[in-house]
Design a protein around this ligand. Structure first.
Ligand code: IPE
Ligand code: IPE
Ligand code: MG
Length: 226
């Protein structure tokens, strides 16, 4: 598998079960992400996209939003050495302009410093699938693309990470059976895997189960069975 994408859900419920504040769940979620990157590396996955904050997540309490933003900023500022040492290329997709100038500068610096990595971690921040499609349409119009020139391929080139192959598998934790606006364009032929496990509890066993489920699937992409 080349590209794995994950909807990292269930941090709040994980914290609630332990009578901890929601932010403690998000911190444990960041640790789960670090582990998962190692599993991906070992399994030969080249791209990992994670849904970290949606365009809808701005509706949460001010406390939770600011806690998440400072956690993010801490992550971006403290991970440089580790990511460079592990040859991880860090990239962000989503509405960057929503994140503010300071966090944006930190993100841009980390992207620049990790640009030679051979494994790519794409973090979806202030990301919405519909929003990405609308922004791509705007970019295409601004570039002067004519209606009859706008093929699927041409349109794809205006998405946030046009050089990255579509995800092969999309995992969602915490038992919810929906996409919540994640990678709408890119997931046309992705396989899905849903698990009741909460994101902070996601471990090697769960990772292996997801990959095993994927490897047993026949991806026909609309073609016929041989
Ligand atoms: C996912 O965990 C992380 C974000 C959306 C930021 P949640 O915060 O959605 O956790 P639950 O769904 O409330 O358990
Ligand atoms: C999706 O989870 C977004 C992220 C994991 C970042 P949510 O918890 O926000 O989704 P809903 O509200 O259950 O659909
Ligand atoms: Mg949730």
């Amino acid at each position: 598998m080349e590209h794995l994408a994950i909807i990292m859900d269930g941090n709040g419920r994980w914290a609630k079960k332990r009578h901890l504040p929601r932010l403690a769940g998000h911190k444990a979620g960041a640790d789960a992400l670090d582990r998962t990157m190692h599993y991906c590396r070992e399994a030969g996955v080249k791209y990992l996209t994670v849904y970290a904050f949606s365009t809808e997540n701005w509706k949460r309490s001010e406390d939770e939003v600011s806690g998440l933003m400072s956690l993010l900023s801490q992550y971006v500022k403290s991970k440089e050495k580790e990511l460079v040492a592990n040859k991880v290329r860090f990239r962000v997709i989503g509405r960057r302009e929503d994140l503010g100038a300071k966090l944006n500068a930190e993100i841009a610096a980390l992207e620049e410093k990790t640009k030679d990595g051979d494994f790519t971690l794409l973090v979806a921040l202030s990301y919405g699938g519909r929003d990405e499609i609308v922004r791509a349409a705007r970019k295409a119009m601004a570039a002067g693309v004519k209606p009859d020139e706008l093929t699927e391929e041409a349109f794809s080139s205006f998405m946030d990470a046009p050089d990255v192959p579509d995800p092969d598998l999309i995992v969602r934790t915490s038992g919810e059976l929906r996409t919540s606006n994640f990678l709408l364009w890119e997931s046309a032929y992705s396989e899905y895997y849903f698990t009741p496990v909460l994101w902070p509890d996601f471990d090697r066993k769960e990772f292996d189960k997801a990959l095993e489920s994927f490897s047993g699937r026949e991806r026909r992409m609309g073609g016929r069975l041989k």
